[in-house]
Design a protein around this ligand. Structure first.
Ligand code: ZN
Length: 271
């Protein structure tokens, strides 16, 4: 899926399950993953050689990415940027990548300074304010004004599905930081249970973005829930809590953002 985001020279999108396994696992042939990745990135008009993968840690460390980082994590997992949950770059044809299954990819674009960013926002990263930290890295290094920033919230698990009634300590952590508005009470559609407590990570992300000056009208939402659309996107929560506890998904959705060197309408780095 390609998101329309910013001007024509921004590539921004997510993979879906149709591309097969896109992350390196012990029981999957490396060549197969590389082939699947080539297929996905070619579809977006970019080269796998120019992608940079974050080696996620559910933290809030943000890295500045430049030309020298191209290819890190693209052909093996060991060379990905270790313990990084946010990346920022102004280098053209250098594409930021994260792999998720329920955690939110949050895409950033500063059209004035020509800078892009990508954050991995799962519940621990959201609690440690990864999105705010990414905005601060853009401000500090590129003199970005948060009022100029365009933000897009990608697919992830939403308050329609993320039932944490049995995990009250996690809900408390969120209500301590973001107030009660991030907890929604409704019925669990999978089990028919009434008055359950659901975590609304999207609201928590919006609160932290507007807290550092991002304008609400500049926040776009893909509105895709990975758990509702588990046939199309990988969802750890769906496989672990609803379908088969013994077989949590090993699939990951890849998210990508980058600035393509402009070559005219429908720009692509692949001719
Ligand atoms: Zn849902």
């Amino acid at each position: 899926m390609k998101f329309k985001f910013g001007k024509e020279n921004i590539v921004c999108g997510c993979s879906d399950l149709s591309y097969g396994t896109l992350v390196f696992l012990d029981d999957v042939l490396k060549e197969k993953v590389i082939k699947n990745r080539h297929k996905f990135f070619t579809r977006l008009g970019i080269r796998l050689e120019n992608t940079v993968f974050a080696g996620l840690a559910h933290g809030s460390k943000v890295s500045l990415v430049t030309e020298k980082d191209r290819g890190k994590g693209a052909f093996d997992s060991n060379s990905s940027l270790a313990n990084i949950d946010g990346m920022v770059t102004s280098t053209k044809n250098t594409f930021l990548i994260i792999g998720t299954a329920d955690c939110f990819p949050v895409f950033f674009y500063d059209p004035k300074k020509k800078v892009v960013g990508l954050a991995h926002a799962g519940w621990p990263g959201v609690l440690s304010l990864v999105c705010q930290k990414l905005v601060k890295v853009m401000q500090r290094n590129f003199d970005s004004d948060s009022k100029d920033l365009q933000v897009l919230l990608g697919p992830g698990i939403r308050s329609c599905c993320y039932d944490l009634t049995e995990v009250p300590e996690r809900l408390k952590k969120f209500s301590d930081v973001f107030e009660k508005e991030v907890i929604k009470v409704h019925n669990n559609k999978f089990f028919g249970l009434k008055n359950r407590k659901f975590l609304d990570i999207i609201s928590a992300i919006k609160i932290q973005l507007t807290g550092v000056g991002v304008l609400p009208e500049n926040i776009q939402d893909s509105k895709i829930c990975t758990c509702c659309e588990h046939d199309k996107y990988p969802s750890c929560y769906y496989t672990r809590e609803i379908s088969d506890k013994r077989k949590p998904t090993k699939r990951r959705m890849l998210s990508v953002i980058g600035i393509i060197r402009y070559q005219g309408p429908g720009a692509s780095e692949i001719n």
